[in-house]
Design a protein around this ligand. Structure first.
Ligand code: SF4
Length: 360
């Protein structure tokens, strides 16, 4: 049975601060709050920093699939596991641009490109740099996830205009060796430091439901929030236990525990976008709505999330419409004006709210 307790007044008084001195005990206390109180706190803080009816929408494209030398136990792209995944070489820049245009036409504001590499090789870099330039030229924000990144590679990507770099910590320091042995926790932190130093925004989160305990979820969020600068984007993934990976058959995490993770992430990193990421296809609409209530305000939108299924774009739009959620617009830095919204695709919640108010 889950034990719930109210946190002490000192902790409650500090909620809302962007803090880098979180202790395990304080985070544990948040997790142990009665569920309704936790979600209420998270939603209240969320409203201080964000429009509660807006969700940022990204599309993710796998630009190089499978045959990865790393051994991440959850990943169907590792060459070490027989998952039946069809491998693909690095996509041509033209193909990536075509996909980016299609994503933009469907309403995405950020285009994320992922390659199954330990790290990019020098000879790959000109291609990925070109991809960044081309995708940016059509007015999309760009994000890449290419594995570990050196200082030089970080600088080259930043110089090309890459906005975000994704590199997850995956889990707590203590549980990490159960999941990956081919790179260390420190390797990951070094990549995040290189990305920051180059001036890019950081997207870093983890995966829950990999057989870890709550103390590991506490440890993961503590690492992320206590970084010198908190990540601008924090993906919270729910394990998709892919056939053929060592985590196949792992018991699913309790949905309320997942919502707790979202709420605690929102409270600890009040100015970051908390991204409802992999695993969304296993969540019904009510569960997703609960995650938005707990402070999630970013999703991947499109047919595929790297190699696992993602709810079809239009089912996302139907859900947004039912919840009165709008897509978050973004500002293109060098143009200083908002990107036009594809209104035929997106429901205008504010217009409906005004209509409803007028008829009352
Ligand atoms: S998660 Fe990334 S690094 Fe790990 S095996 Fe998969 S593609 Fe490779």
């Amino acid at each position: 049975m889950t034990v719930t307790t109210q946190p002490n007044a000192e902790l409650l008084n500090r909620l809302g601060e962007v803090r880098h001195d979180w202790t395990r005990e304080q985070i544990q206390n948040l997790f142990e709050m009665p569920f309704m109180d936790l979600v209420f706190q998270a939603q209240s803080l969320h409203r201080q920093h964000f429009d509660q009816n807006q969700v940022q929408v990204s599309t993710l494209l796998s630009i190089k699939t499978g045959a990865c030398p790393e051994d991440c136990a959850y990943c169907p792209q590792s060459a070490r596991y027989n998952t039946g995944l069809e491998k693909e070489r690095l996509l041509a820049v033209d193909k990536v641009l075509e996909e980016a245009k299609a994503a933009k036409a469907k309403g995405a504001t950020r285009f994320c490109m992922g390659a199954a590499w330990r790290c990019p090789r020098d000879r790959d870099l000109p291609h990925v740099v070109d991809m960044v330039r081309q995708v940016k030229s059509i007015g999309l924000e760009t994000c890449m996830t290419l594995g570990m990144l050196s200082e030089d590679h970080s600088k080259a990507l930043a110089d090309a205009g890459l906005d975000y770099y994704n590199h997850n910590l995956d889990t707590s320091r203590e549980y990490y060796d159960e999941i990956i042995t081919t790179r260390t926790y420190q390797d990951r932190l070094d990549t995040l430091a290189n990305v920051r130093k180059a001036g890019m925004k950081v997207c870093a989160g983890g995966i829950v439901g990999m057989g870890e305990e709550r103390k590991d979820r506490v440890g993961l969020l503590m690492e992320l929030a206590n970084l010198e600068q908190q990540p601008e984007s924090v993906p919270v993934n729910q394990l998709v236990a892919c056939a053929g990976t060592p985590l196949e058959g792992t018991e699913a995490i309790d949905p309320f525990e997942f919502v707790r993770c979202i709420a605690v992430a929102r409270i600890m990193m009040p100015q970051s976008h908390v991204r409802l990421s992999a695993g969304r296809e296993n969540m019904n609409d009510q569960m997703q709505a609960m995650c938005f209530m707990a402070g999630a305000n970013s999703i991947f939108y499109g047919d595929k999330l790297l190699t696992t299924a993602n709810p079809e774009s239009n089912s996302d739009m139907r859900l947004f419409k039912r919840l009165g959620i709008n897509r978050e617009e973004h500002i293109i830095d060098d143009m200083k004006k908002p990107e036009p919204v594809n209104n035929h695709l997106f429901y205008d919640a504010s217009a409906l709210n005004a209509e409803q108010a007028a008829s009352q």
